[in-house]
Design a protein around this ligand. Structure first.
Ligand SMILES: *[C@@H]1O[C@H](CO)[C@@H](O)[C@H](O)[C@H]1NC(C)=O
Ligand SMILES: *[C@@H]1O[C@H](CO)[C@@H](O)[C@H](O)[C@H]1NC(C)=O
Ligand SMILES: *[C@@H]1O[C@H](CO)[C@@H](O)[C@H](O)[C@H]1NC(C)=O
Ligand SMILES: *[C@@H]1O[C@H](CO)[C@@H](O)[C@H](O)[C@H]1NC(C)=O
Ligand SMILES: *[C@@H]1O[C@H](CO)[C@@H](O)[C@H](O)[C@H]1NC(C)=O
Ligand SMILES: *[C@H]1O[C@@H](CO)[C@H](O)[C@@H](O)[C@@H]1NC(C)=O
Ligand SMILES: CC(=O)N[C@H]1CO[C@H](CO)[C@@H](O)[C@@H]1O
Length: 582
């Protein structure tokens, strides 16, 4: 590595830029009496990237430095006044905030600098493509920006050349739904390509543009992809994955051992969906594989609170990294009170499942460096019906827990009700919550639990027998419905409710192995859970009032009639990196 981060500057810039409310300090202090007024600060995360308000633009790696660009309102904890804020890191864990990269200033972006992506062009030249808002009617165009000084390791200064905008909507395009350019990929015909999100009536559109010189862009006659009835595509992401192995691929990679992934954020549901398929370079079209569901019932990166994600190729470690954003699940009034809203979830590596039917996600290995020596292990422990086993000795509100469960008899699983919609896992999690006994399950973790279980957020599995198809189904749920007493009691005013869904997703594992794994990363107001080795991921945002700081507790539970065994559980207290409050 050519240089190190100047730590002193980080600390200085943190305290300069924001009023530092160190959740690490709160967390270390004894929080016996928590009044509603300071509850909100307890929910600030410690090891998630969290400026006051943000969602993601294109993250990028350039010359030894990771860059995170994110949508940021410098004036408040609500959406508006959007600029491209910019932070840099050597390790994706410790971050240093630098000057915003792109702010509204020119006719082609004076009403907003919205999302986009970075591409590193031949000759090692980075360029950003982003959406500019040109008028009060929300008219969207695509612009570019380049670094002013390639010798500056942090690329602090970005220029918006005068030949912007590069792309304006033609008459066939809805110019108020025309945004979020992807990272560009290069074809053997010497053309760069990008995709842009939009809509044609109710049809979601991933428009395709081509350019030889990255300046003059021509719209292809056909979109790269489109889907009827989904509504607007936002933040499209299009990238190759290897058929086998865990290496990531550069966005322009070609070859026989490659599949492509198309991800869109659907404004209509506020969730993200992806398909795996084939990209035909000649016709420039993407076709999802036959068994893929393209639309609201499709595969999701995360079945909880996760949106506006972007992936990028990390040449340093040869991997593709996915990065998503989670909004708050409290109310706008709460956000204004807290002074912040929105967190960046942990970066995740993204690979194709060897079965080719889905992607696998896992927190980047750098997250493990935050595990402290404060660790707890449970081995080979049977959990009986109704039993709660405390995971003691770690900081339950700021932890990383990995657990493997096993069981002996699949036949004891409860039947899957034929009237249930296989694609509505969330509703099934709501009906069959952790208090409703089953055969095999519910079993799992109880996170953010208060002393007498007045508040708790269970993350649990449930096995069903699907007699119609002679198969077992594994459901993962992350239930925020009992996570807080805040609403009605204290901080929630005016009858406005926090959003406390019981998120759910099926986990496509072979249950004949009679073993399932779960990893949950817990951080004050967020729990990110990876089921089945990253097959199904669910993120919940929660706002406990009692299960905070040192008073939060963590348990393993089983509410099924069948005993389950904890083969192994390891939990760590997590350290806070030095990007606090950036
Ligand atoms: C915005 O839209 C209105 C109504 O269509 C139109 O009258 C006005 O000229 C537009 N303004 C701009 C700046 O395009
Ligand atoms: C470019 O960045 C380098 C490294 O930070 C610096 O030494 C140099 O003065 C910069 N050049 C300009 C023109 O600002
Ligand atoms: C254009 O897109 C905007 C924003 O999504 C939408 O409100 C409007 O109805 C669309 N117009 C047409 C003609 O589809
Ligand atoms: C397990 O079920 C019992 C009885 O319904 C309930 O009181 C308890 O809260 C449940 N445990 C969890 C973690 O939901
Ligand atoms: C159901 O599946 C099991 C193995 O998964 C198999 O042994 C059994 O014969 C199947 N039953 C039917 C009726 O197909
Ligand atoms: C996050 O906030 C909740 C509660 O207001 C909404 O219901 C979600 O739609 C929203 N999610 C996104 C991605 O904006
Ligand atoms: C919109 C609304 O009803 N706001 C009210 C919320 O509650 C406070 C008092 O708790 C009132 O002052 C607001 O008018």
């Amino acid at each position: 590595m050519a240089f190190a981060l100047p730590w002193a500057f980080i600390i200085f810039s943190c305290s300069l830029a924001f009023s530092v409310r160190g959740s690490h300090r709160l967390y270390e202090s004894d929080l016996r009496s928590v009044s509603p007024a300071n509850v909100d600060q307890l929910h600030r995360t410690a090891y998630h990237f969290q400026p006051p308000e943000h969602w993601i633009n294109g993250p990028m790696y350039y010359n030894g430095v990771y860059h995170l660009f994110y949508q940021y309102n410098p004036k408040g904890a609500v959406w508006g006044n959007i600029v491209w804020a910019h932070s840099v890191s050597m390790d994706l864990i410790n971050w240093m905030r630098v000057e915003p990269a792109i702010v509204p200033s020119k006719p082609f972006d004076q009403y907003g600098c919205w999302s986009g992506s970075g591409t590193v062009l031949p000759g090692n030249k980075p360029v950003i493509l982003y959406t500019g808002i040109v008028d009060k009617n929300n008219t969207q165009v695509q612009n570019y920006a380049i670094p002013a000084n390639l010798s500056d390791p942090y690329l602090r200064d970005w220029i918006k050349p005068d030949d912007n905008p590069l792309i304006v909507a033609d008459a066939s395009v809805n110019r108020t739904a025309f945004r979020d350019p992807t990272t560009a990929w290069y074809g053997s015909d010497g053309h760069w390509r990008i995709s842009l999100g939009g809509r044609r009536k109710r049809r979601g559109m991933a428009f395709l543009y081509r350019s030889r010189d990255f300046r003059h862009w021509v719209k292809a006659r056909h979109p790269l992809h489109s889907v009827a009835g989904t509504g607007n595509f936002e933040c499209p992401d299009f990238f190759p994955v290897m058929l086998r192995g865990s290496n990531g691929l550069d966005t322009s990679a070609v070859g026989n051992d490659i599949k492509h992934v198309m991800k869109v954020s659907l404004d209509a549901t506020r969730y993200e969906y992806y398909t795996i398929g084939t990209y035909d370079h000649k016709s420039d079209r993407y076709t999802p594989d036959a068994h893929m569901i393209d639309g609201w019932n499709g595969l999701r990166y995360d079945y909880g609170n996760f949106y506006a994600s972007k992936s990028f190729f990390d040449p340093k470690k040869n991997r593709r990294i996915l990065w998503g954003w989670a909004n708050e699940s409290d109310t706008t009034d709460n956000d204004i009170q807290k002074g912040w809203a929105g967190i960046q979830l942990l970066p995740r590596t993204l690979v194709l499942d060897p079965n080719g039917k889905q992607l696998l996600q896992w927190p980047i290995e750098e997250v493990d460096t935050l595990r402290s020596s404060n660790k707890v292990e449970i081995d080979d422990k049977e959990i009986q019906t109704g039993e709660l086993v405390e995971v003691e000795g770690i900081t339950a509100a700021q932890a990383d827990v990995e657990v493997t469960f096993s069981f002996s008899d699949l036949d004891k699983a409860e039947p899957f009700d034929r009237r249930w919609n296989r694609y509505d896992a969330q509703r099934i999690c709501g009906r069959r919550d952790s208090t409703v006994g089953g055969g095999l399950g519910p079993f799992g973790l109880v996170t953010f639990a208060s002393e007498k279980m007045e508040e708790y957020t269970p993350v649990f599995f449930r096995v069903f027998k699907d007699e119609q198809y002679n198969r077992s189904l594994l459901l993962l749920c992350s239930d925020a419905s009992r996570s807080t007493l805040m609403n009605g009691k204290t901080a929630m005013k005016n009858g406005t409710d926090a959003y406390r869904p019981s998120f759910g997703g099926f986990v496509d594992v072979d249950l004949r192995e009679k073993r399932v794994s779960l990893r949950s990363l817990i951080d004050h107001s967020v729990v990110e859970s990876f089921g089945g080795g990253g097959k199904t991921v669910i993120t919940s945002r929660v706002y406990p009032t009692m299960a905070v700081g040192n008073r939060a507790r963590l348990f393993v539970f089983n509410n099924g009639t069948e005993p389950v065994r904890v083969d192994r559980l390891v939990g760590w207290s997590m350290k806070a990196p030095l990007h606090m409050n950036q």
